[in-house]
Design a protein around this ligand. Structure first.
Ligand code: NI
Length: 170
């Protein structure tokens, strides 16, 4: 299966709200297969469709994080239906390589969506997995993790990233 190119935060597709998935067809199945492959190849635990250049409202995520066993799932048209207890913890993003920041997220969330068969699914998550769900949900809305920082902190992060980007290109 081909690996997909992960776009970085300079790509405007990451700023657009993803379109609702209306049809689950062969193309979508192939896309999600490749997204899972790409996520693991990049040592990520979650990947939103717009990160591979497709503005569709879905993401893939490894829900086996806590059990240290791979358990990739695809969540189509997700919504967070419950959340509680804000906590700060470090976070990163495959579209902003090598930049990490402490971000406030809910410790517990409930998420609902659909699988590839079009059947409803629901997950209750806490800790790191809950954080990953919120991070991917933000991607689908065109939000990047550093948007949750103060303007000053964000500009420091952006400068760091620009420096990294130059190193990566050089
Ligand atoms: Ni991300």
């Amino acid at each position: 299966m081909p690996l997909l190119k992960i776009v970085n935060c300079t790509d405007s597709i990451l700023r657009k709200k993803c379109l609702k998935v209306e049809n689950i067809d062969e193309t979508l199945v192939k896309l999600t297969d490749n997204m899972i492959e790409t996520m693991y190849a990049a040592s990520g635990l979650g990947l939103a469709a717009n990160q591979v250049g497709v503005s569709s409202n879905l993401f893939v995520i490894d829900v086996g994080i806590e059990k240290e066993k791979r358990d990739p799932v695809i969540i189509i048209n997700p919504v967070i239906t419950a959340s509680e207890e804000l906590v700060m913890a470090e976070e990163g993003c495959l579209s902003i390589p090598e930049v990490f920041a402490e971000i406030n997220r809910f410790q517990h969330v409930e998420i609902k969506g659909y699988d590839l068969k079009g059947d409803a699914l629901r997950y209750e998550a806490e800790g790191f997995l809950a954080r990953a769900f919120q991070h991917e949900m933000d991607h689908l809305k065109g939000i990047l993790f550093w948007d949750n920082l103060s303007k000053v902190k964000r500009s420091i992060m952006q400068r760091k990233f620009k420096k990294k980007l130059k190193e990566l290109v050089a």
